[in-house]
Write a protein that binds this ligand. Structure first.
Ligand code: GLY
Ligand code: MN
Ligand code: MN
Length: 477
């Protein structure tokens, strides 16, 4: 009998010397997750009731939610990965949504999903959303013109419709475009997550934690920023386009650049510190996680001690979380505690009270304590005081605070205090003769800075820490 193709290959191919599969370090998630499927019907039911209230409040008969169109780079025939409108992907996992798809919501009517499923031999079409068959009417169209035609026919009479999505020509006729009052209402309520969303965010946290654990190992083993980035992708089983945001992989002074965007391929000198801010994506929901590490040698002792202080600083803030409190107050508490950290580690020559009251701490942490998290990494509605659209702007001295609201059960947000040695801000302090212990600060400048970022869900008492729970699960996995 002639050898089979497999046998022929076997004799031809050399035995691999690298374990390219690496199963011990990569996350493997059930697909689809049973925990998530169990919650999907309840989630759609909740959205339906919520949208019916929203439309009734603002006197709309219905709404169109359009996925959007694929954009292209200037004078080019390719562009960024298509990412469907999050108002729609709250209903339909964005992996099912190709450009041009739309959802029709009408009072007292089942939602109708008009899915664009092109016959295309250049690209693989998205899978069909079988999981939605019992929850909405799903119609598929190969041609965009046929889809638009069917949309027009689905709406009879002259109803008052809202359209949520890109303001393209095709959408002009679909209804009032992105009405502010309706959007404010939707944004405000998106802060609290349904059980389905929480299940997705737990899985997104698992994805991120698996990546972080591998990244820490590669850093300790002497890897470059690029090596760490690649280990993160592999272990979290994400390609770069799957990431909820670009990885921040910052060795040494790069950690002082808050959104450092490169991955250096070589190590100019021994690594002293790593700040890695990297997330996971599951069905369009994000985790947003930061950890800071050092190499445990005598030269890094002071920086290691500072990381320990920042860890307890972050835990103290999380322990203070309770429904009814204002996140802006928690942000102010962060600065008060940071002043203690600076005084305790001898980085300032004044008292903690003075470091706080003079605003000195703002030069060591110029960003906000956290932000809402969900379908968008910096999720919408962080500056809304209520669902009527009244604003809760950030305090004048903390303009970069993205989340100022009163905390409520089932809100999910980040808690990410930082302490950085940012050259331009240190120069301002020097110029102003600020009470800074310069020798100590300059010795640490090469380590860049520290950020510890977890994602939490508010409970009636305390929080569910999505991030730390995921690290525990993944360390055992
Ligand atoms: N990853 C960006 C942030 O922490 O807000
Ligand atoms: Mn982050
Ligand atoms: Mn964040």
């Amino acid at each position: 009998m002639p050898p089979s193709l497999a046998q022929e290959y076997k004799s031809f191919m050399p035995t691999p010397t690298i374990d390219t599969h690496n199963p011990d370090h990569s996350i493997s998630l059930p697909h689809p997750s049973e925990a998530l499927q169990a919650e999907l019907a309840g989630h759609i039911e909740h959205l339906l009731a919520h949208w019916q209230d929203a439309l009734a409040n603002y006197e709309y008969d219905g709404a169109w939610l359009s996925a959007g169109e694929q954009s292209l780079y200037f004078q080019d025939d390719h562009g960024p990965k298509f990412k469907a409108n999050p108002y729609l992907s709250q209903w339909v996992n964005r992996e099912y949504l190709s450009p041009g798809s739309r959802l029709l919501l009408k009072q007292d009517q089942r939602p109708i999903l008009f899915l664009h499923a092109p016959t295309d031999y250049w690209h693989a079409p998205p899978p069909l959303p079988d999981e939605l068959n019992d929850l909405m009417e799903v119609r598929t169209f190969a041609e965009p013109a046929a889809l638009l035609d069917a949309c027009q026919q689905a709406v009879h009479g002259n109803p008052r419709m809202a359209h949520i999505g890109d303001e393209s020509t095709d959408n002009e006729a679909m209804g009032e475009s992105n009405p502010t009052a309706l959007l404010d209402y939707l944004h405000f309520h998106r802060a609290t997550k349904t059980p389905y969303e929480l299940a997705a965010m737990r899985l997104a946290s698992d994805v991120g934690a698996a990546g972080h654990l591998a990244a820490a190992e590669v850093f300790t083993a002497g890897g470059t920023e690029f090596d760490i980035h690649m280990a993160y992708l592999r272990a979290s089983q994400q390609a770069e386009i799957d990431l909820p945001y670009g990885n921040i992989v910052a060795i040494n002074e790069h950690a002082a650049v808050l959104h450092y965007q490169h991955q250096q391929r070589h190590q100019p000198r021994p690594a002293r510190s790593l700040l890695i801010d990297a997330g996971g994506n599951y069905r369009g929901y994000a985790s947003d996680i930061t950890r800071t590490y050092t190499i445990d040698i005598p030269a890094n002792q002071a920086f290691g001690a500072l990381i320990d202080l920042m860890q307890s600083h972050q835990r103290q803030l999380i322990d203070a979380i309770a429904p009814g409190m204002s996140f802006a107050d928690l942000h102010a508490q962060m600065h008060q505690q940071l002043a203690e950290v600076l005084a305790q580690s001898g980085l300032v020559t004044c008292s903690a009270e003075a470091a706080f009251s003079t605003g000195l701490t703002e030069k060591f942490c110029p960003h906000g304590l956290g932000h809402l998290l969900g379908l968008q990494v910096h999720d919408v509605g962080g500056h809304l005081a209520d669902d009527q659209g009244n604003a809760a702007p950030p305090p004048a001295n903390y303009p970069s605070l993205r989340f100022t609201r009163t905390l409520e059960v089932d809100q999910v947000f980040t808690v990410e205090p930082g302490l950085y040695f940012i050259p331009s801000l240190l120069a301002e302090l020097k110029q102003a003769n600020a009470p800074v212990a310069w020798a100590e600060v300059e010795a640490l400048q090469e380590c860049g800075g520290i950020r510890i970022e977890d994602n939490v869900r508010v409970l009636p008492e305390g929080v569910e820490n999505l991030t730390r729970d995921a690290f525990t699960r993944q360390s055992r996995a």
